[in-house]
Design a protein around this ligand. Structure first.
Ligand code: ARG
Length: 455
């Protein structure tokens, strides 16, 4: 394609390092769509004859069918997807194929293809995130009143409802969707027509190609158009945050499945056995979601380092943009599918969750609040008195709700038997009826609101 001034072909290592066809063949559909839009525009602008244009378009359709049927031979000697398609077009329609590359370069071509691919990928991931939110919301609704220990520092803190806990993830994934949408909005500009870097002397219609490909507008600056990979970096940043969220959910599933916690059971479909220990049920999918987060963060790091310090405009370094993006997208697709599957099948053990709230004096804050509300103690003093009462319960090896009134009165004489009203975990969660709080009524309202906002 570019051999005009060369006497000999490339060294084997040169050819090998240069070729991207093994991975960028994934862009074939976008490459052909962009070529069709470009070709149609060239005809409309009188740059290519109608007859050549017709041959080009039907040739491109044939190539698309061939690739989709698995009848296309990709050739590494032709470097990349752009030249593989063009070479095949020449074989199919002859000399007219050479006119398609008028007023464009592989630099604006690859930037366009990649944006188109990423746009579709973002839309697919958004749908998967929505499915995951739906699974979480359904479980949250079923467990709006299921009490469990809430943790800080992974130490029992206050009783919460499982529904409330799960809805925290719905918020996280909602923000991920927002970031993806934001990235999509910014990437939706069309580089086509920037050509190698400076634009073109042909009378092209960039607005027309942008519109034909569903872009909001053409990119404003031709140098930026071919050298910018912010859209890929934004996608990877967003993807890395999403992967972190998935890893936190996965880690909780791993913890909840341990026999010490035993808060939930995974279905057989999402558990694995051990080849040596017949009794084992391992949460491998959750562990892998947790582990694969490393790949996505690694991909972001890879592309940041590739782009760092690159002078304008295009540099071949930028061919290294695709593999990390493809790998991150594939990893996220798989992790989302596995997470949604685990969540849909998850069987929380309501009794075990309830039983776990017995330890850890989870209603100590409720006792302190009662001392403030009913006796008018300053919170700091109430905190101190409650600490002493907890100490007493530890000594007696009983729950706060089981501690005799006389013991409490030794520490704070004004305490009455009414205090027992706030010491049960059910009362404790019901009382946290502030907006966004853990009370079952709030959780039910939040479930309805989440369906409205996200589904
Ligand atoms: N395969 C190349 C890439 O992915 C396409 C652009 C090549 N441009 C060039 N000037 N050699 O970046």
């Amino acid at each position: 394609m570019w051999g005009g001034r060369f006497a000999v072909g490339p060294d084997a290592a040169m050819a090998h390092i240069n070729a991207s066809i093994d991975f960028d063949r994934r862009l074939y559909a976008q490459d052909i769509a962009a070529s069709k839009a470009h070709g149609e525009m060239l005809v409309r602008q009188g740059i290519v004859s109608a007859q050549d244009g017709k041959a080009i378009l039907s040739g491109l359709d044939t190539i698309l069918r061939e690739i989709e049927a698995g009848d296309f031979t990709f050739d590494a000697a032709l470097e990349d997807i752009h030249m593989n398609v063009e070479a095949r077009l020449r074989a199919l329609i002859g000399e007219a194929a050479g006119r398609l590359h008028t007023a464009r370069s592989r630099n604006d071509q690859v930037a366009t293809d990649f944006r188109l691919w990423l746009r579709e990928t973002i839309d697919a991931l958004d749908g998967q995130l929505r499915d995951l939110q739906a699974a979480l919301i359904d479980q949250a609704e079923a467990h709006a009143a299921t009490v469990m220990p809430g943790y800080t520092h992974l130490q029992p803190a206050q009783p919460v409802t499982l529904g409330h806990h799960l809805l925290a993830y719905v918020e996280m994934f909602g923000r991920d969707r927002g970031r993806l949408a934001d990235c999509r909005t910014r990437l939706n500009e069309c580089p086509l027509g920037a050509a190698a870097l400076a634009g073109t002397s042909f009378p092209i219609d960039r607005a027309a190609t942008a519109k034909a490909l569903g872009f909001d507008r053409p990119t404003a600056n031709s140098i930026d158009a071919v050298s910018d990979r912010d859209f890929a970096l934004e996608f990877l940043s967003t993807g890395a945050i999403l992967a972190v969220h998935l890893s936190r959910l996965a880690e909780e599933i791993v913890i909840w499945c341990t026999d010490r916690f035993a808060f939930v059971a995974l279905s057989d479909a999402f558990s694995t056995g051990s080849s040596i220990m017949p009794q084992k049920r391992n949460p491998d999918a959750a562990e892998l979601v947790r582990g694969k987060c490393g790949r996505v963060i690694g991909s972001l790091n890879t592309l940041l380092v590739v782009m760092k310090g690159l002078p304008l405009a295009y540099g071949k370094d930028m061919q290294e943009d695709k593999e990390p993006v493809f790998d991150a997208a594939d990893t996220l697709t798989l992790c989302l599918a596995a997470s949604t599957g685990m969540l849909r099948d998850l069987r929380p053990d309501v009794d075990a969750l309830r039983a776990a709230t017995a330890g850890g004096f989870l209603t100590a804050t409720d006792l302190a609040d009662w001392l403030v509300r009913v006796l008018g103690l300053p919170f700091r003093e109430a905190h101190h008195a409650t600490g002493a009462i907890v100490q007493r319960a530890v000594k007696r090896n009983c729950l706060l709700a089981e501690l005799p009134l006389a013991d409490m009165q030794e520490i704070e004489p004004r305490i009455t038997k009414d205090v027992y009203d706030v010491l049960s975990v059910e009362k404790a969660v019901e009382s946290r009826n502030s907006l966004g709080g853990t009370a079952p009524v709030q959780v039910k309202a939040a479930v309805a609101a989440a369906r409205e906002r996200f589904l």
